[in-house]
Each structure stands twice: as C-alpha cells, then as structure tokens.
Design a binder for this molecule. Structure first.
Ligand code: SAM
Length: 234
C-alpha cells in the first residue's frame, strides 16, 4: 500500500499542474529560506546540512584543487554554494569563483565574510537565473533535493552558460531514480539512469565521507543528453 502511495506521489510530482500549484503556494525561494531559518537540516556546523560539514568533505577538499588544476580551469561556478562552510577552507587555483544560491540571507553572509576580488556571491534560482560563465560548474548536494522537472531546468540552464565541465554527486549503486517534490527531503540519484541517462563520467572521486558516501563525478557538459522530466532522456 505504502509503495502504491509512494508511486502516486512520485507520479504527481512530475505533473506540471501540481508543480504550478505548489509554486504558487510556496516558491522555491520560500522553501529553502525556511529550511535555513529553522535549521531544518540539523547540523550544528553548517546550515547547509550534515553533508556540508568538514567531516563529509575531507576527500573533496583534498582532491578538488588538483582536479581544477589538471583541467586548466580559471573559473568555477559553485551552484549552489550554500553557506560556504567547507569551501572556505580550500585555496582554489582559479582566478574567479562565483557562488550562487537561492537563499538571500545565506548569500549576504557569504559575501560579507568571504567575498573579495576573486570570490563573488549572488542570489539566483538555478532553474532560471542568468548565470555567469565559468570553465567548471560544481553542483553538489542540490539535485537530490529537487523534482525531476527542476533538475532538468537546472541542467539545461547550466548548459546555456557555455561551461565545459559539470561536477555532480551521483550514487552508482542506486537502481532506480525516484521523483519527489522540491524541498528539504532528498533522495540518492544515479545520473547514469533515467531520466538523466548520462554517459560514464570522465572521472570521479569519493565524496560525502561517512556521512553520505557518493561519487563526485565529472562530465563534459556539451556531451550530456537533454533531460526529459517525465522520465526519459534524449
Ligand atoms: C544541501 S545544500 C548544499 C550546498 C553546497 N553545494 C554544499 O555542498 O555545501 C543545498 C543548497 O541548494 C540550494 N538550492 C536549492 N534549490 C536551489 C535553486 N533552485 N537555486 C539555487 N539554489 C538552490 C539551497 O538553498 C541550499 O543552500
């Protein structure tokens, strides 16, 4: 019974009319602002959640600068950047870092504490914002929180920036991707499966530590198929 209800919810989450209704009732920005205001993700260290704590990012913090170096990247778009909890500890080998998040209070604090000539932060909804061009886009722990429809919009918006590389965390052991409404809940996603159908990544590294082990995987953005929110990819 609960499986049937789950499937029904999942199917409704993919319907445009429900999406529109939900948007009218609670915008994406209101949803994520409330999460930070009420510390919903339950981490004493980071408002962005336990996955953004230092213990979850040991390997990532060690490996990311070397990866950007090897790619010859001079700019990075961190989308979304959250509260910059772990990223503040990395000496990034890029000339320009752009952090974007939908929560205005988080971005104001990021800009106040960490903004400088090289690092700038801006409020934006990744589904539709006019994003800056960067060589590499890092999208960590975000698509797991959003509906397939929103994930498709975000990936297409990334493609429009003309970036060469996309870094996303994926869960290769997941056998079927579930749809959900955008919000505080999350589920593991395997980007090799529908509705994403991404090819094998160029490379990947361990991410999440013991908190939530995943692979932070690298793809050439222009090589990725267009995601169909209804479950197919082309
Ligand atoms: C779990 S946090 C991860 C933050 C960061 N990537 C990290 O690794 O620490 C997810 C973030 O996604 C942001 N977010 C969710 N939907 C968004 C959207 N449509 N546009 C911009 N930011 C969004 C939330 O505000 C939140 O800061």
């Amino acid at each position: 019974m609960s499986t049937m209800l789950g499937r029904l919810r999942e199917s409704l989450a993919g319907q445009g009319v429900f999406h529109l209704l939900r948007w009218r009732l609670t915008s994406r920005q209101a949803v994520f602002t409330r999460i930070y205001d009420s510390a919903t993700w339950g981490s004493a260290e980071s408002g962005s959640g336990t996955g953004s704590e230092l213990r979850a990012t040991d390997n990532l913090r060690e490996q990311l600068p070397g990866l950007l170096d090897r790619l010859g990247a001079t700019s990075l778009l961190d989308a979304p950047c959250g509260d910059f909890n772990w990223m503040q500890h990395i000496d990034l080998p890029v000339e320009k870092y752009y952090g974007v998040d939908i929560v205005a209070s988080v971005i104001a604090e990021d800009q106040r504490r960490y903004g400088d000539d090289r690092r700038s932060f801006a409020v934006g909804d990744l589904t539709e914002a006019d994003l800056p061009h960067a060589d590499v886009i890092l999208c960590r722990d975000c698509l797991v929180h959003v509906s397939f429809a929103d994930a498709a919009l975000i990936i297409e918006n990334f493609r429009r920036t003309g970036a060469t590389w996309l870094l996303l965390n994926t869960y290769p052991e997941v056998e079927r991707n579930r749809n959900q409404f955008t919000g505080s809940n999350w589920r593991q996603l395997n980007f090799g499966l529908p509705p994403f159908g991404f090819p094998e990544p160029v490379e990947s590294m361990a991410d999440g530590g013991d908190v939530d082990p995943s692979r932070l995987a690298l793809w050439k953005l222009p090589d990725l198929p267009t995601v169909q929110p209804n479950g197919a990819s082309r």
